[in-house]
Design a protein around this ligand. Structure first.
Ligand code: BG6
Length: 483
């Protein structure tokens, strides 16, 4: 019954990114377009993609397309990995752009030039003793699979994902131990464009399609786990969910019950399937409340067997903020925003400039809740503060607000370790400034490393170290003691 006070030896300190948000080179060396390449920059990004007229335009003079250029990491990855090495990263979470490997998504053979890029990226990480952590699919479905096949609601995509996963797992399993199957798989609850390739014109407004898409993704996930474990049973293959601790607004049992359902549906529905290998008991209730008739879903006995046999090894999750559930005071709240979710404002919390409620204690609660429920190692694979940075006259960036945010969240992790929770690692989001997923802005920055690039795509692309860079280096050096 000893209380653990310290971060464990071998704790995976690092940072996280996604191919579509930093690589750029969107049409180079055989890469095909992904859905991210069709999303315009700016705060109205989701509103545009959520409109009936949206039709996956890749170039429209009304808009900018910041993912096309990213931060030019495709050509500058050596410089970037070197900086991660200088910070002492133990691991680096990145994703493989599916459409770099299978440009249209449905080819039989992969694009060798795309694979070469990841050969070099992985080798560069290993050169600095950085363990690669790969997300197989992070909001970057090949565009053709959304346009021609209608996105993840189409079962055909299972086969294409399986082929993609097999290619990358076979190629890299001897160099890469840690894998994640789908980024924030539950985010489709509120906005299925990025994780499922569903927009109104191909069925996003019918929740049956979203649930069918999830099921197809669960089957695809199980196949990836199976392939990975057959190649090497030591591989660690995790799920990845968007976790938002949710509180009932008050002690009113009606709100408490509504919040319980919010937790079951948003935070746990996907993880239950991927971790426990079966749909949880609350699924039938959730489907009924969303007017989904189970008879309209295609779920086979073989699928269920596959899910049961191929569960994940760990739980990866992103944590930025918490939520509040209130079903009793309709119209009385000021709403807040968040990563693909929204809700009622919590009077005890402050928000970021983008309206995301900052709640480190909520992370400690999340870690306890997830560990109580699943008893699997937890990996915080995203966390951070999106903020506007100002470059001082001498070129320095004094981002004490970011240090403060991260420090409080690391303290919350320490608290959870004392509570007995098993945590594998921590990879703050956007360790180098990159294009925002929800708004396509560059000015919403998360990095320890500043990139000279603005929302219109102007800038030298030069990299520089923020104050948080030096701070995080010490955190890693001291294994979390020096905060
Ligand atoms: C998560 C995503 O939702 O949050 C990332 O996995 C994303 O891709 C991150 O960038 C931060 O969100 P945003 O919208 O501020 O970029």
């Amino acid at each position: 019954f000893d209380i653990k006070e310290k971060f464990p030896d071998g704790f995976l300190w690092g940072g996280a990114t996604a191919a579509n948000q930093l690589e750029g080179a969107w049409d180079k060396d055989g890469k095909g377009p992904s859905i991210a390449d069709a999303l315009p920059g700016g705060k109205e990004r989701f509103a545009i993609a959520g409109s009936q007229e949206f039709d996956w335009q890749l170039e429209d003079e009304k808009y900018t397309y910041p993912n096309h250029k990213g931060i030019d990491h495709y050509y500058r990855f050596k410089e970037d990995i070197k900086l991660f090495g200088e910070m002492g990263f133990k691991c680096y979470r990145f994703s493989i752009a599916w459409s770099r490997i299978f440009p249209q998504g449905d080819e039989e053979t992969p694009n060798e030039a795309g694979l070469k890029f990841y050969d070099h990226l992985i080798d560069e990480c290993l050169k600095y003793g950085i363990e690669p952590v790969i997300t197989i699919s992070h909001y970057e479905l090949p565009l053709n699979l959304a346009q021609t096949y209608g996105g993840w609601k189409n079962r055909e995509l299972i086969k294409f994902y399986e082929r993609f996963a097999r290619v990358v797992l076979e190629r890299y399993h001897s160099k890469v131990t840690y894998w994640m199957i789908f980024n924030e798989i539950n985010s489709a609850f509120h906005f299925p464009v990025m994780s499922q390739g569903l927009v109104p014109s191909n069925g996003a407004n019918d929740f049956t399609n979203v649930v069918q898409a999830w099921h197809n993704q669960f089957v695809a996930s199980a196949l990836a786990v199976k392939i990975g474990h057959e190649l090497d049973e030591q591989l660690q293959i995790g799920c990845m969910i968007l976790y938002a601790t949710s509180y009932a607004y008050d002690a009113n049992p009606v709100n408490q019950y509504a919040n319980l359902k919010q937790m079951q549906d948003f935070n746990f529905f996907c993880a239950d399937v991927q971790v426990r290998g079966k749909y949880s008991q609350s699924t039938a209730r959730m489907l009924k409340e969303h007017n989904v008739d189970p008879a309209n879903l295609k779920i086979t006995a073989e699928d269920l067997e596959l899910l049961a046999q191929n569960t994940v090894d760990y739980i990866g999750f992103s944590y930025y903020m918490s939520m509040v559930t209130d079903v009793t005071r309709e119209g009385s709240d000021e709403g807040v925003s968040g990563n693909l979710i929204g809700g009622v404002a919590n009077p005890f919390l402050k928000s970021s400039d983008w309206g995301w409620q900052i709640d480190p204690k909520g992370l400690q609660i999340a870690l306890n809740e997830l560990y109580d429920r699943y008893q699997k190692p937890l990996f915080i694979v995203e966390n951070g503060l999106g903020a506007k940075d100002v470059v001082a006259e001498d070129g320095a960036i004094h981002d004490d607000y970011r240090i403060d945010y991260l420090k409080q969240h690391i303290e919350a992790m320490q608290g959870a370790i004392r509570d007995g929770v098993e945590i594998m690692g921590y990879t703050p989001w956007g360790c180098i400034d990159l294009v925002s997923a929800s708004t396509g802005e560059m000015s919403k920055r998360y990095g320890f490393i500043y990139v000279d690039l603005d929302d219109e795509g102007n800038g030298t692309l030069d990299r520089s170290r923020k104050d948080s860079f030096y701070w995080y280096k010490k955190v890693i050096e001291s294994n979390g003691k020096s905060l």
